[in-house]
Design a protein around this ligand. Structure first.
Ligand SMILES: *Cc1c(COP(=O)(O)O)cnc(C)c1O
Length: 438
């Protein structure tokens, strides 16, 4: 079955005469013909920009470069491109030049939490490894806008060696998230070398790939690639669909190939004003994803990167979307709505409030329909005191002492075997006065 659409055929012929379906679906051809200029954009769309618009686009692209695959551009509705969700994600607007005083070039402090080139170690047991700065398409809403088009972030295997050594030296790292840029920009061979190198580290239990290729260049998901990825039985893959219009036959085919070899698929959407800030759009998207065996994983609040103010919604919009999903549709179709904390605090989940109130042994809850119910808690509950001595415990976990991971953060306040009752910022003035006096 050919899924070469008329729009795609026309678009292909604008790039080169008589492009057949086979050439169109060659991901390297797509990359070679990525649209990078205002002129290319105007030709492909078949629209004539005014002098003013043209000047504006040049200014935007100078600051944040442009790249769109012919495939992704073919999804744009030319007759109404200004409102088009694909257009908005792919081509900039003047608004990107507005930098608000609260915006940051590295809003998630990925560079401050970087112990080795390409590595961000933020959470206790997992790391983010950015293996390339390249992408087939530059999302206008990218959180790593600071790095887009920056060739320094293209790493050789030697460049990554420090990161691999770091992971080796940190047995607590059991999950490695391979991202970028887009790791599927690398050749199969180079990607395999990276995955093999990570797999050679005994304590790494899970490898994840973060890629937007199924959305912006589904032809990258070749049979050869899938066969190679299918060899790793601890590999997960997360992609980034934001709008139902992106779930095309070509994308579905790519997803099917990946799920067939047993790779669990997840999706991370970004909540974007004017693109998907609508409960109906999100519901339709999560239904399309689950139909194609992709689990909606996260819905991100748009972060505080520079030039994204026009994309940002209030947090209430995200809560509203979750409210419209939870209970109304399959539980596994509901993503977790998160704010990635500015300054590097990691992802913070947000939910509508379901606890109405609390009394002794009674919790009053409300459901998605507005039904208010009482959950009666047990009158007697004997908590099992945990001093982390599994030998003496009736729950039979039987952890060995070397598997003991010390509690941190809020967990430390909750657990039984820690006497600390307060978390105090190190720069708390009252504490500083106390130590000065002492
Ligand atoms: C998102 C992220 C992870 C993975 O977080 P999960 O909640 O486990 O998906 C790890 N490291 C960094 C720096 C991240 O931003």
């Amino acid at each position: 079955m050919s899924i070469y659409t008329e729009t795609q055929e026309k678009l292909a012929n604008k790039i080169d005469n008589n492009i057949d379906y086979k050439t169109w679906t060659d991901w390297k051809w797509q990359l070679r013909n990525t649209i990078k200029t205002v002129q290319g954009m105007s030709e492909i769309l078949g629209v004539k920009f005014s002098e003013e618009e043209e000047k504006m686009y040049h200014m935007v692209i100078d600051k944040f470069p442009l790249a769109v695959t012919p495939y992704y551009a073919s999804l744009i509705d030319k007759n109404n491109y200004k409102d088009d969700p694909v257009f908005k994600q792919a081509f900039g607007t003047m608004n990107e030049l507005d930098v608000e005083n609260y915006e940051m070039s590295d809003p998630l402090s990925e560079e401050s939490d970087s112990p080795a080139k390409g590595l961000t170690h933020r959470y206790p047991d997992r790391v983010l490894l950015t293996v390339t700065g390249m992408c087939s398409m530059y999302c206008r809403h990218c959180t790593r806008k600071r790095k887009v088009g920056d060739n320094d972030s293209n790493m050789s295997l030697e460049d990554l060696e420090d990161a691999f050594t770091y992971i080796e030296d940190h047995p607590e790292v059991r999950d490695v998230l391979v991202s970028g840029g887009d790791p599927l920009m690398l050749s199969d061979r180079k990607l395999k070398m990276i995955l093999d190198r990570i797999s050679s580290i005994e304590h790494v239990e899970v490898i994840r790939i973060g890629t937007r290729m199924p959305v912006v260049l589904p032809y990258r998901i070749t049979d050869e690639l899938v066969e190679m990825l299918g060899q790793y039985d601890n590999l997960w893959l997360n992609t980034h669909f934001n709008h139902p219009r992106e779930v095309t036959d070509s994308s579905k085919k790519a997803l099917k190939k990946l799920s067939k070899v047993g790779i669990p698929l997840g999706n991370q959407s970004v909540l974007l004003a004017g693109v998907n800030d609508c409960p109906y759009i999100m519901k339709s998207l999560v239904h399309m994803l689950t139909k194609n065996r992709v689990r909606p994983y996260y819905l991100y609040q748009c972060d505080l990167a520079e030039g994204l103010s026009h994309f940002r919604t209030p947090i209430s919009k995200g809560i509203e979307i979750i409210e419209s999903l939870r209970g109304h549709t399959s539980g596994f179709a509901v993503p977790v709505y998160v704010v990635d904390a500015p300054g590097g605090g990691g992802k913070i989940p947000l939910n509508p409030n379901y606890i109405v109130t609390w009394a002794t042994n009674k919790v009053i809850l409300r459901n998605y329909e507005g039904i208010i119910c009482t959950y009666k808690e047990p009158d007697s509950y004997e908590p099992i005191f945990c001093d982390r001595d599994c030998d003496e415990c009736t729950l039979e976990l039987n952890l060995s002492p070397e598997e003991y991971v010390p509690e941190i953060g809020i967990e430390k306040l909750i657990c039984d075997n820690n006497t600390e009752t307060t978390l105090t910022p190190s720069c708390n003035e009252r504490q500083i006065r106390r130590s000065d006096d002492g």
